[in-house]
Structures are given as structure tokens and as C-alpha cells.
Design a protein around this ligand. Structure first.
Ligand code: MIC
Ligand code: SF4
Length: 650
């Protein structure tokens, strides 16, 4: 029986365990990426491991999230990251160089390599045939040190594309179609592998839009084969020698197959407040207050050139604002050199830095109760920085059409011809904003810059004999990491855990942090009760790290998403699930709760637990590998790794 492409690459990188679907395997990681918002903590953790240098083929540290420098905090983080990169042999992509996923795709991603990134949209590199996975910063720190990355050998879903996209239908609409089929939940432990004759017409940047937003389905990653389109892209980036052909075996078998005819795809949107809430643009009729074009999903050269061609010679109607953030310096410079930037400025667009910015609520928050059309990948309530705003996620051409008319508009109804823009033969290549690693002799002299915003990473204590405390908060279904640990204006506290912890659950209940600290300081444990798909969205490990700091010892949920569940274990928090989902009702806030003998049961390898809450006995499950049990017992991955390294040294 033949292998899928996913299985081929994973087997080539197998470092621990035997390959059996659903079973935990450890894989060797070739490349890592970090961004500043998750990176400072990842490198602080890397430093605590006491290693001399990185062991990957390539590691890159990007600065793209916190580039609004109001106060010293972000600039302190950037200086720290630059000095760490120099010290340990890491590439440093300076602020202004672009969004990590866009730049990584342009300059570093390679077919057949494994990439682990401390950002959930790392699968963007699946567009060139990498197995690219998002994870918590601590997992990335361990991988930089040469440790394996552990995941369940995935179920592979074959997304078979036939036909060709019609004018005005785009790669964004393809991934929105996939989201309408797979939804945002129930796909943990799966990989989407794209096949079929339809893929040959999709360029690498289009494929990358699809693999990028595949993250919203909750799959581990998405991947395209490496073919002539891949060669064309790498050649245009001056990297043709890095091309290899990669495809699944002809007789590969898949766990599920989804057929999509590209010629039937039409402009779609994800309506408020979930990327899985898919609707046809033609079924929407409403005025628009704001249009934002950019983000790691849709800010490639062709995306922006197409928008510029549509807006050229026209003007922004009153009552609407338009912001455009080119994905990278390469994209920005190309449209500047060929004059299209001027077309955008003349139209009335506000040109933003090449960074995450608006996507994460870090700039251009829309006004109260407004409608904002965005080309990004997440529209969770409040993520834009305005809780009352309604955010619709669309393709760049729908966004541009809506900026032209002031209403959400299907571009097919504009009556203009489709500006077919080709990917260039050669991109504008200039790596002068990427600082390469120092020579080893120079590294020793490098000092680390630590401003007052750089705190020590807190360490957890080992798992106690029993968990005994209170349900400090009970939340419902689909609670995202944006609800648990808001970004936007709070993002600048990422390197200061005590301060950032004040905002845990702020959008849902701003009294949580105070209650949790009061209980923790009495020597008791905080327990969080949650509904299904808890921890959707971002990879931010602060959604586990800050609750850990507040004394949270267990989450009891109907289900927990992959990256977040791994982050909880990494910070010593037990990720329980209910055996009977209806028991969620029995654990309201303020319930006194005990999980007796948790330590002994973990040591004994048990996976069934009982929580006592008054007269109620609630059955819980903890589905963990032996390695994860050991991590939980140690109080998290950092104490576990430090202890293992000490043992090896002795
Ligand atoms: C996001 O899109 O939510 C982020 C901000 O890029 C996060 C990472 C973070 O929280 O720093 C992600 O997707 O992992
Ligand atoms: Fe940045 Fe938005 Fe992409 Fe996250 S989703 S990496 S915030 S552009």
C-alpha cells in the first residue's frame, strides 16, 4: 500500500515511536520560526535549558506582531530577540521586513522539510510542500535544541481539486469552501492533503492562502505536492536549486476524501463571529464601514496588484475607510517600484506597515457597531479590538469591490473585466533586512539585551498529590485563545507574565484574574470548566502559561483543541475531558472540587479519573502518552526538560 505525501515526509523524519495512526510519534524538525509575540518567551525558555546553540538546519526569528511601539515594551522585546538571534545562530528578520509566514514562504520554506513555528498559521509553508506545524513556543524551543516534536500520527484527508477557478473566484474562496465542509471543530489530529488535476493551475501563493487558513479547521497542517508550480515559485525567488519533486504514491489511501470542483467556486465570506460561518457574497446585502486588506492569508504580490488594478483611477466613497498592509517588504517594494502603490494611495487607502497590525486588533480597530470586511483569517468577536463590530472575512477582490461601492459586493456585479495578474518571473529579492547568524567565534562575545519588559519565565511546581479547589470560571463552547488571553492593546505585556496574567479571560469575565489570585494565595487550586473546542485559534502559549501563573491546575472541558491541549500539558495543567458531556451542567462557577490522588494515578498510568464536587462524582478522561504524563508530573515541559538534561549530564 502506498503512502500519502504527509506520511512519506513524517516517516522520513521519524525520531521516536513507531508510525501508527493516532499513536504519538516524535519527529525531527528541520526548520523553526518564531514571531515576537510568542518568541520572547520561547527564547527565555530556550535560555533556561542551558544550551550553547541551536541544532536545527535553520531557525528564524521574525518581528511582525508587536510593531506598534507605544511605550518601551515592544522595542525592548525586539532588542532582546535580535541579541538572542546573534548569540545562538538564528536568522533575524527585522521589524518592517514582513509577516513571518509570508517572508518564510518567500525566502526559506522548502519542499519536504519539517517546519515548526510558534504561530498557528505556520502551515502557510505547506504551499511549497513543507510539513509545517504550529505549536507553543516551548515546543519550538525544545525543537531548536534538537529535541523531537511529538504529535499523533495523523488521519489524512484528501482534498481533491478538479477544474479551474473562474474569474473573481479565488484561493480564499476555496479555503472558505473547505471550511464550510469541515467546519472549525472535530478535525483535531487530521492533515489536509491537496491533490487532483485542479492543483496544477494554482500558484504557490494561492496554495499558501489555502494552507494558511486551513488552520481554522483545527487540522494539524495542510500540504500541497511539490510540482512545476513549486519550481516556478522557487525559481522566481532565486531558489530553484532547493526544488525537489514530491507527490503522494499513486496507490496512497486516505481516511476521507473531499471533492471540490474549482470551476463551481464562487465568492464567499466567513460571517461574524467564526471563520466557519460561511455564506455566499451574493446572499449578503449590507453597507460597509471599513475594508482591511492584508495579513498572512492574503497580502501577496498578486493579491495587492489585483486590488490596485481594480482601484486605479477611482476614489474611496465617503463614510468608509480602507487600510492596506502588504505582507512583506518584498511585496511593498515591488508595488512601490511599479507604481501600483501610488494607485492605492490615490484611491484613498491608508498604507500600513508590513506586519500583522489590524489582523490582531493592534491597529485600525473599526468603530462601534460597524461592518468591517477583512482579508485575514479570524473574525472572533472582539479580535478587531471592537467587540460590537461585525467582521466578514473575504478575498481581496471582494474587499476591493466593497471599497469601491461602500456595500459588500460580489465583484462579478461590478461590470468591470477581471484584471488577470501573473506571478512575476523574478520577485524583487533583497534580504538586507534579514540578519544572518554570526560566525560561531563571534557568538561568544554577544551579550543579551534585557530591558525591564523582559521577565524570567515562571516555572511551575510538580503536580500535587491531589487537586483541591474551586471552579473559578465556567465557559461555554468555542472559547478561543483570544478570549482566554486577549491580544490587541494587551499584547505588549507578553514578556511580563505577572502583568499579562491580569487580563486572563478579560473579554468574558474581567474578575477572573482577581478571584484566581485570591484562591491561589490561600494555597488552593483554580479549575476551569469549559464546553467543546476549548482553546481554538492561536497557538499562544500564554493562554496556558498565564493561567498556570494564576494557580490553575486543571481544565475540564467537553473537548480541547490540539495546540492548546499540548500547551496545557507543557505548563503542567491537566487537560481533562468529561466522559459525559452533560456533566458540564453539574459544575457551575464556585463549585468546590477535588480530584483525589491525581499524582498517584498519573504515576500508575491511569486515564480514568473521578472529580468530587459535593455529592456528585464526575467521571473524567485524560488521554495522554507516557511522555505527557511525565511532563505533567514534573509540572511542565520546562522543568521536565531541565531535569532530563541534568540527569544526562550526571
Ligand atoms: C493569531 O493570529 O492569533 C496570532 C497572533 O498570530 C497567534 C500567535 C500569538 O498569539 O502570538 C497565532 O495564530 O498563533
Ligand atoms: Fe499575524 Fe494575523 Fe497572520 Fe496571526 S493571523 S500571524 S496575527 S497576520
Amino acid at each position: 500500500m502506498g503512502y500519502t505525501l504527509t506520511e512519506k515526509i513524517l516517516r522520513q523524519h521519524l525520531a521516536d515511536g513507531s508510525y501508527e495512526q493516532g499513536k504519538e510519534i516524535g519527529i525531527k524538525i528541520d526548520q523553526t520560526l518564531t514571531q515576537d509575540a510568542t518568541g520572547t518567551m520561547a527564547y527565555l525558555q530556550f535560555e533556561s535549558m542551558g544550551l550553547e546553540e541551536i541544532s536545527t538546519e535553520l531557525s528564524v526569528s521574525y518581528v511582525d506582531h508587536n510593531t506598534i511601539q507605544v511605550g518601551f515594551e515592544n522595542a525592548d522585546d525586539h532588542a532582546y530577540l535580535e541579541s538572542i538571534a546573534k548569540k545562538y545562530g538564528i536568522y533575524f528578520s527585522r521589524p518592517g521586513n514582513g509577516i513571518c509566514h509570508q517572508v518564510h514562504l518567500e525566502r526559506f520554506a522548502r519542499p519536504g522539510k519539517t517546519l515548526l513555528g510558534s504561530d498557528s498559521h505556520t502551515p502557510t509553508a505547506g504551499g511549497v510542500g513543507s510539513i509545517a506545524i504550529g505549536a507553543g513556543g516551548l515546543d519550538v524551543a525544545v525543537a531548536m535544541g534538537g529535541g523531537a516534536y511529538y504529535l499523533a500520527a495523523p488521519r489524512v484527508i484528501n482534498v481533491r481539486l478538479e477544474g479551474r477557478l473562474q474569474p473573481w473566484a479565488t484561493a480564499k474562496d476555496v479555503v472558505l469552501k473547505v471550511l464550510s465542509i469541515l467546519s472549525t471543530k472535530g478535525n483535531v489530529g487530521c492533515v489536509c492533503e491537496y491533490t487532483g488535476e485542479g492543483i496544477s493551475s494554482l500558484t504557490v501563493p494561492e496554495r499558501a492562502t489555502i494552507t494558511n487558513m486551513g488552520a481554522e479547521t483545527g487540522v494539524t497542517t495542510s500540504i500541497f505536492p511539490s510540482d512545476e508550480q513549486t519550481r516556478r515559485f522557487l525559481k522566481a525567488q532565486g531558489r530553484e536549486e532547493q526544488w525537489i519533486a514530491l507527490a503522494p504514491d499513486r496507490d496512497a489511501t486516505y481516511d476521507q476524501t473531499i471533492d471540490i470542483d474549482l470551476s463551481e467556486i464562487e465568492p464567499l465570506a466567513a460571517a461574524p463571529h467564526s471563520p466557519g460561518n460561511i455564506i455566499r457574497i451574493r446572499d449578503l446585502d449590507l453597507p460597509v464601514d471599513q475594508v482591511m486588506i492584508g495579513s498572512c492569508t492574503n497580502s501577496s504580490y498578486v493579491d495587492l496588484m489585483t486590488v490596485a488594478a481594480m482601484l486605479k483611477g477611482r476614489h474611496l466613497p465617503p463614510g468608509i475607510s480602507l487600510g492596506i498592509a502588504p505582507g512583506s517588504r518584498q511585496v511593498l517594494n515591488s508595488i512601490a517600484r511599479n507604481g501600483s502603490l501610488s494607485d492605492l494611495i490615490s484611491f484613498g487607502a491608508r498604507i500600513l506597515e508590513s506586519s500583522c497590525g489590524f489582523c490582531i486588533g493592534n491597529s485600525m480597530s473599526p468603530c462601534t457597531k460597524s461592518v468591517s470586511i477583512r482579508t485575514s483569517n479570524r473574525n472572533f468577536k472582539g479580535r478587531s479590538g471592537t467587540p460590537s463590530a461585525s467582521v466578514y472575512l473575504t478575498s481581496p477582490v471582494v474587499a476591493a469591490a466593497s471599497a469601491l461601492t461602500g456595500r459588500i459586493t460580489d465583484p462579478r456585479d461590478l461590470g468591470i473585466s477581471y484584471p488577470r495578474i501573473e506571478m512575476p518571473e523574478r520577485f524583487d529579492i533583497d534580504d538586507s533586512m534579514i540578519i544572518p547568524p554570526l560566525l560561531p567565534a563571534k557568538r561568544a562575545e554577544q551579550t543579551i539585551c534585557r530591558g525591564p519588559n523582559i521577565g524570567e519565565p515562571p516555572m511551575n511546581s510538580p503536580m500535587p498529590e491531589e487537586i483541591s479547589g474551586v471552579v473559578t470560571i465556567r465557559v461555554g463552547d468555542l472559547v478561543t485563545t483570544d478570549h482566554i488571553m486577549p491580544a490587541g492593546s494587551r499584547l505588549k505585556y507578553r514578556s511580563n507574565v505577572p502583568k499579562y496574567s491580569e487580563f486572563v479571560f478579560e473579554p468574558l469575565d474581567n474578575g477572573f484574574s482577581g478571584r484566581a489570585i485570591a484562591l491561589r494565595d490561600k494555597g488552593r487550586h483554580n479549575v476551569i470548566v469549559a464546553g467543546s473546542s476549548y482553546g481554538q485559534g492561536s497557538s499562544r502559549e500564554h493562554a496556558a502559561l498565564c493561567p498556570m501563573y494564576l494557580g490553575v491546575k486543571a481544565i475540564i472541558a467537553k473537548s480541547i483543541e490540539r495546540i492548546h491541549a499540548a500547551n496545557l500539558v507543557n505548563f503542567g495543567i491537566a487537560p481533562f475531558s468529561f466522559v459525559r458531556e452533560a456533566d458540564w451542567e453539574k459544575l457551575p462557577e464556585k463549585t468546590e472540587i477535588t480530584v483525589p490522588s491525581i499524582r498517584r494515578s498519573l504515576e500508575a498510568g491511569m486515564s480514568d479519573f473521578i472529580a468530587l464536587a459535593g455529592d456528585e462524582k464526575i467521571s473524567l478522561k485524560l488521554s495522554l502518552s507516557q511522555r505527557q504524563r511525565d511532563i505533567l508530573l514534573a509540572g511542565g515541559l520546562l522543568p521536565f526538560t531541565v531535569k532530563t538534561a541534568e540527569r544526562k549530564r550526571d
